[in-house]
Design a protein around this ligand. Structure first.
Ligand code: PEP
Ligand code: MN
Length: 339
């Protein structure tokens, strides 16, 4: 696969690439003031803003649409930052191309649908515009790679994969499950493709951004995309996960950027270090615990005797120690009483 190295279209890039800007463009003033605040921050080269918002539910803010294209053009001329806009169909892609948007991106709800990806690929065919491809909402590596292949067949070479986490039915700490191993596998299969992480959509809450961003850098990702809003609490979309430009600045200052060779959990490395895997397994365990507690809550008079017996038998058949099994079961029972 022929993918241009990041440095070939982001000249002079030193350290991680930072992509920042609001979830949604809301007003001309907001776009201009956010871009002005981001402009001076080290590493910030791309200003992102959604104009057409592919919202999960109706009757929520759907974006300002075409009206924002002029605002994005001004960002480019006023700040020198590259502008980036999400496109979900041919019409949006054509509008962005006409308006000179520098980077187009395919969002998680679009990557999931090959018809839409193909439509966007046909619209950008031969233009050579830079594209970002977010992972699909579902944990499906082939859909993600397939989207990249469709764009590559349309002659797109400046490409960037964006890891934004995956939907799952179980509740978790994060809004979207990171499934870091999927990102690592993508990187192993497409080694020339640069990848950034989008901690905002993984986290769903601003308090988790730092740890996710750090983990992404520890995995040798090329950078991060963080949603930035002047008044996050008043944002018209993704309010809980956005941070002010000032908070972005302190987040970036706290990031430890290690030289690539010393990164503890290199993407695509043969042996993924234990803490990384354990962290994901713990996340899955916690999600299961929440499901179990909720299921028990729905049963009025709960007698765990029979369940305890069957738990012990099944656990033993899987090779687990009986005392360990009993201790875990007791702990689950008492947590259910407490909660
Ligand atoms: C976004 O970047 O604002 C967005 C809608 O993201 P995603 O496609 O990852 O959900
Ligand atoms: Mn968003």
């Amino acid at each position: 696969m022929q993918i241009a190295p990041l440095e070939s279209w982001l000249s002079g890039l030193q350290g991680p690439l930072i992509i920042a800007g609001p979830c949604s463009a809301e007003t001309e003033e907001q776009v201009a003031a956010t871009a002005a605040a981001l402009r001076k921050m080290a590493g910030v080269r791309i200003f992102r803003a959604g104009l057409w918002k592919s919202r999960t539910r109706p009757d929520t803010f759907a974006g300002v649409g075409k009206a924002g294209l002029d605002w994005m053009r001004s960002v480019r001329t006023e700040t020198g930052l590259l502008s980036a806009v999400e496109v979900s169909n041919a019409a949006q892609a054509e509008d962005c191309l006409r308006a000179g948007v520098d980077v187009l991106w395919v969002g998680a709800r679009t990557t999931v649908n090959p018809f839409y990806v193909q439509e966007v690929a046909d619209a950008v065919r031969g233009t050579g515009v830079a594209m970002m491809v977010k992972n699909p909402v579902s944990p499906d590596l082939d859909l993600w790679i397939g989207a990249v292949e469709r764009l590559e067949k349309a002659g797109i070479r400046k490409m960037l994969a964006v890891h934004r986490g995956f939907s799952r039915y179980e509740k978790g700490i994060y809004r979207n499950a990171p499934y870091w191993e999927i990102a690592a596998e993508f990187k192993r299969l497409l080694p020339g493709m640069p990848m950034v992480c989008d901690p905002s959509h993984i986290a769903g809450k601003r308090e988790y951004l730092q740890q996710i961003a750090q983990k992404a850098l520890d995995m040798d990702m090329a950078g991060i995309m963080i949603e930035t809003h002047l008044s996050p609490d008043r944002a018209l979309s993704d309010s809980a996960q956005q941070i002010t430009p000032k908070d972005l600045e302190s987040l970036l200052a706290r990031l430890v950027v290690r030289p690539p060779a010393s990164a503890p959990a290199r993407l695509g490395g043969r042996s993924e270090p234990l803490p990384l895997r354990l962290d994901e397994i713990d996340e899955a365990l916690l999600a299961l615990l929440v499901r179990r507690v909720e299921a028990v809550r729905q049963i009025e008079a709960f007698d765990g005797t029979e369940l305890a017996r069957s738990w012990r038998e099944r656990g033993k058949a899987l090779g687990l120690d009986e005392k360990f099994l009993d201790a875990i079961f007791r702990a689950i029972q008492s947590s259910e009483r407490l909660s």
